[in-house]
Design a binder for this molecule. Structure first.
Ligand code: C2E
Ligand code: MG
Ligand code: MG
Ligand code: MG
Length: 290
């Protein structure tokens, strides 16, 4: 295409660029309406350890677009971060997640279910009022901080280490735990990590996929697990899809998982049924043992 235009013709708007810019604009516009029209939903993906008990879940946002159907966060979180809309969306996510958890707690959660993990965008976490607003919300729904885990990424810490770690310490004192999401994909340094009040390292899916057949990947996962051990952190592997991946992870010393092998993210009610049903199964089997 460039050749056809001739040497001196400068094409300002590549049609592809234009369409993607237009698409971004469309999404950005759509996002405004999405909040107003209640088009967002939280879905929940179980986290399990090798005993197959669901000990936690991750809240994942979905956009039920009136025309386009369900849009996954990969197609709009970046845009919302660039436009600043992530702050409002993130606040909605927090409120929705906490209210949902509080309502489940009232209906009765299995004792084995410990917490709900919520993704926090750096832009959102860096808001001056984030800690204050979050703690206020936590008080309102009357949940113990121990039931909430915030997932943040390594890259957030890079540019804002001092501020981020101060915020984390305040929240930590209220029982909230922290997970490093997508671990291994960003800039990671033991030096940084060991000064933070972290609880969990989540191994990124890219290191998990095809683990059994790749010795390179196994070497990376080994280093990640060694890092987590050094820092005394729990490890959760993301994106576990096959029994082979699961057994390879266990051989390397990772015993907690999240992935399609166990469950895809589920709508709230479906997740709650699964959670309570699975604990009922546990109960029955315990009774049979007695
Ligand atoms: P993440 O936090 O790393 O979440 C895990 C993603 O991996 C989810 O994609 C989940 O559906 C997907 N996943 C889990 N198990 C498997 C598997 O076995 N195979 C495959 N192929 N995928 C698996 P999802 O829901 O599309 O979310 C993508 C990303 O969007 C998330 O990655 C997170 O970074 C972001 N995100 C999602 N919800 C929120 C939110 O409420 N707030 C913010 N700020 N970001 C969010
Ligand atoms: Mg996450
Ligand atoms: Mg992740
Ligand atoms: Mg990821």
């Amino acid at each position: 295409r460039v050749k056809a235009l001739g040497r001196n013709d400068f094409q300002f708007f590549d049609p592809e660029m234009q369409s993607s810019a237009q698409e971004r604009l469309e999404i950005e516009k759509g996002l405004h309406q999405a909040l107003d029209n209640n088009e967002f939903e939280l879905w929940f993906q179980p986290q399990l350890c090798s005993d197959d008990t669901i000990f936690a879940a991750e809240a994942l946002i979905r956009w039920k677009h009136p025309q386009k159907g369900i849009i996954l966060p990969g197609s709009f979180i970046n845009i919302a971060e660039d436009s600043g809309q992530i702050v409002e969306i993130g606040n909605w996510v927090l409120k929705q997640a906490l209210e949902q958890l509080a309502s489940w707690k009232q209906r009765g959660l299995p004792k084995t279910f410990k917490k709900l993990a919520i993704n926090i965008s750096p832009v959102q976490f860096m808001q001056v009022n984030f800690v204050e607003d979050f703690l206020k919300l936590l008080n309102e729904v009357k949940l113990p901080g121990q039931m909430i885990e915030l997932e943040i990424t390594e890259n957030m810490l890079l540019n804002n280490f001092e501020i981020a770690s101060n915020k984390m310490k305040i929240l930590k004192r209220r029982g909230i735990s922290f997970a490093i999401d997508d671990f291994g994909t960003g800039y990671s340094s033991l030096k940084y990590l060991r000064h933070l009040p972290l609880d969990v390292l989540k191994i990124d899916r890219s290191f998990v996929t095809g683990l059994r057949s790749s010795s390179d990947q196994a070497a990376i996962v080994e280093v990640i697990i060694a890092t987590a051990d050094r820092l005394d952190l729990m490890i959760i592997a993301e994106g576990v899809e096959t029994l082979n991946e699961r057994s390879a992870l266990m051989e390397l010393g990772c015993h907690c998982f999240q992935g399609y092998l166990f469950s895809k993210p589920l709508p709230a009610e479906v997740f709650f049924s699964k959670l309570t049903a699975s604990s009922a199964v546990n109960l029955i089997s315990t009774e049979q043992e007695l």
